[in-house]
Design a protein around this ligand. Structure first.
Ligand code: SOE
Length: 385
């Protein structure tokens, strides 16, 4: 039974094919399963088919994640007439091929971040979806963590005044697991880059989203562990061909300046995506490892009460998306940001309204990643775009 829209007409329904069964396949599946339960005005979603590489793993994912069918032939699935949306949740080396096929088949496309492994690929993907006239989304889910959406609201309504700084770090430590083998994220042919593209893409997108376009940058990067076992416990070693960490110094078009770091070598930092914005009106700080909270300092507070206030950004009637979940103080998690993103996007596809981050944002993010790689090689300031 499809939900009724406000006019009493039948809300549109979208039939989805998901390409990918691992971490992001699971995160996206969770969002498709929940979006209609928690957002009653969302267009109806039908989880038609999930695609993976191995028949057994894909069948297990189908059953566990709630899909009707399982397939190992993504090209046949993308071409099916009974599919409206293709969701690409695979490693980066497959993004371009899959997105071009989906666009050619007239499907709306969701793609995990970063959009592609190279700037040329990203630009070809944008050209393909625009030529096909289909809708497109890059799954920069952190834009729709309620505390981040509140930060965006506070910047836009002028509470921070003129922005001086964006200071961000995305730190993890899984690459320090002793004896960790050469997983795909350490192979440039599959991942494009290392921490820079995987983690840096998120904070670059947030910087652009919250503070505007980046005009130029300086960067450095390092690969701390040069070789890893080809498989668990193997004595055969192979080269790591991506960065383990990167650090950028950036200038924004609006005159703000900032720093962006991405590392997988920060012991104790599990998913530490954090930013601070300083402006003439005050400052805000966010930390994904404490994702319901936003800390806010206002220059307008009375002098004896000035300090960083801790806002729990999931209160009914006050904060983005909060009304669709629980009573105040019951908090949300990492997975809710995927549901929020799909909710906004499905409504935009249904209504025809624009929504970001789309593939054009993906290209802008890729231009910053490309400039960072050039700057790390040249050891000079590089222009973006
Ligand atoms: C890296 O391990 C990773 O899975 C990223 O690829 C995701 O985008 C991020 O949300 C969590 O960490």
């Amino acid at each position: 039974m499809k939900p009724k829209d406000q006019a009493g007409g039948e809300q549109r329904s979208f039939r989805v094919a998901l390409l990918g069964t691992k971490f992001m396949g699971k995160a996206h599946s969770q969002a498709y399963r929940n979006v209609n339960m928690y957002f009653s005005d969302a267009p109806h979603v039908e989880q038609v088919v999930i695609c993976g590489r191995s028949p057994d793993e894909t069948e297990q994912a189908r059953e566990a994640f709630g899909w009707q069918e399982a397939s190992t032939d993504w090209e046949a699935v993308v071409a099916r007439d009974d599919i409206d949306i293709v969701d690409i949740s695979t490693p980066g080396h497959l993004h371009a091929e899959m997105a071009l096929a989906a666009a050619t088949a007239g499907k709306h496309v969701v793609c995990e971040k970063p959009l592609a492994n190279t700037l040329d690929e990203a630009r070809s993907m944008l050209a393909a979806v625009e030529a096909a006239g289909v809708r497109h989304l890059v799954m920069h889910n952190y834009r729709r963590v309620p505390a981040v959406a509140l930060a965006k609201r506070m910047v836009e309504d002028g509470r921070l005044g003129r922005i001086y700084h964006f200071r961000a770090r995305y730190l993890q430590d899984w690459a320090l697991i002793p004896g960790l083998e050469l997983v795909w994220r350490f192979d440039a042919k599959l991942a494009g880059s290392g921490a820079l593209g995987d983690l840096g893409a998120h904070v670059i997108d947030l910087g652009r989203h919250l503070c505007g376009e980046i005009s130029e940058l300086a960067a450095t990067s390092e690969t701390f562990i040069k070789q890893r076992p080809v498989s668990p416990g193997s004595s055969d070693m192979a080269d790591v061909t991506v960065d383990d960490a990167a650090a950028l110094c950036v200038r924004f078009e609006n005159g703000a300046i900032g720093t962006i770091e991405a590392s997988r070598f920060a012991p104790g930092r599990k998913n530490h995506n954090t930013f601070e914005i300083n402006g003439s009106g005050g400052s805000i700080t966010f930390d994904l490892e404490n994702l319901n909270n936003l800390r806010y300092y206002s220059v307008d507070d009375t002098p004896d009460a000035q300090g960083f206030h801790e806002i729990i950004a999931c209160s009914l009637g006050k904060h983005p998306y909060a009304d669709n979940w629980w009573f105040d103080g019951h908090l949300l998690g990492y997975e809710h940001s995927f549901t929020h993103t799909l909710y906004d996007w499905l409504k935009a596809v249904d209504s025809g309204e624009a929504l970001r981050p789309d593939f054009a944002d993906g290209v802008c993010n890729q231009e910053v990643l490309d400039a960072a790689e050039r700057a790390a090689r040249s050891r000079r300031w590089e222009s973006v775009g």
